[in-house]
Design a protein around this ligand. Structure first.
Ligand SMILES: C[S@@+](CC[C@H](N)C(=O)[O-])C[C@H]1O[C@@H](n2cnc3c(N)ncnc32)[C@H](O)[C@@H]1O
Length: 269
């Protein structure tokens, strides 16, 4: 019974379309499972002490979220973890160490997970290690640096990670260093407009208007046969955004949804 209840609580939290406060989770689960909120509260405490869920705090409000204070597999090969937690990767797995701070990108958000899964898909070819070593990656809106680090760990030799927020640049630089990737990832606040390089893999988890505005620039900065991973927008915007990018000559090759969030993968022919 208590295990079933914990299962309902965990699914309620991870499948919610928005962050839920502990009180909201208690009420929702108590209603769904027809049990007292006090019983739900105890089960929540249990899940937190087991490290399955954690309390987060944002703008004066506490939320209950999936815990990233332990190694969490987010795709076939990518495992996200805090640096202080030990993890023995299985063959083929890649580990991304992330210290959470003020910047976006601890791995918990659906848009980050979708982008990580798309990168895993795009770079899932162990036979072309040599080709991957020649690839150049770009992560626009890097936040904590999580996608840039995943790009490098998945085999892309050189990666540029940019963000307009100085706090993100500082946190990404720190995370890149603690993953021992400073020689391969350059973190910068230089706007894409000022960069002349072309890239083989571009990933951008950004707000929809920014993705719309940057479409011609992204297309111009992509090498032929290059791949673009777009995340950060909802289902309602996906069709329009897909059209804008296909009008730039890119071809849609993959689309994945996580609740209301969508991630597109496009290739430049
Ligand atoms: C949703 S977060 C994504 C963070 C991380 N890449 C992830 O996937 O979890 C978006 C980030 O983009 C940055 N950003 C917003 N507009 C930008 C722009 N025009 N150029 C570069 N970074 C931008 C924000 O400062 C923020 O850190």
């Amino acid at each position: 019974m208590i295990e079933d209840l914990k299962h309902i609580i965990y699914n309620t939290v991870i499948e919610a379309n928005r962050k839920m406060t502990p009180g909201e989770v208690e009420k929702t689960v108590a209603g769904a499972a027809d049990v007292d909120t006090k019983v739900v509260r105890l089960a929540i405490k249990d899940l937190v002490s087991l490290g399955e869920l954690s309390y987060t705090y944002l703008y004066g409000t506490s939320f209950l979220e999936k815990s990233f204070n332990r190694p969490v597999r987010v795709s076939k090969r990518i495992v996200i973890k805090p640096p202080e937690k030990l993890y023995q990767p299985q063959p083929g797995e890649v580990v991304v160490n992330i210290v959470g701070g003020a910047a976006f990108g601890n791995g918990a958000h659906a848009t980050t997970c979708l982008a990580l899964r798309a990168l895993d898909f795009v770079l899932d070819d162990n036979s072309c290690t040599e080709r991957k070593a020649r690839l150049k990656g770009l992560d626009v809106g890097t936040g904590t640096g999580i996608l840039a680090i995943a790009l490098a760990r998945l085999g892309v030799e050189k990666v540029v990670a940019t963000d307009i927020d100085p706090c993100a640049v500082s946190e990404a630089t720190h995370n890149v260093r603690l993953n021992n990737l400073d020689g391969r990832i350059t973190v910068s606040d230089i706007p894409l407009e000022e960069a002349a390089t072309r890239f083989s893999v571009i990933v951008a988890n950004l707000a929809c208007p920014t993705l719309r505005r940057l479409a011609p620039l992204f297309s111009a900065r992509m090498e032929e046969d290059g791949v673009m991973v777009l995340s950060g927008f909802k289902e309602s915007a996906a069709k329009d955004l897909g059209k804008i990018y296909t009008e730039q000559g890119l071809k849609l090759i993959r689309q994945e949804a996580d609740r209301e969030w969508i991630c597109l993968v496009l290739r430049k022919p």
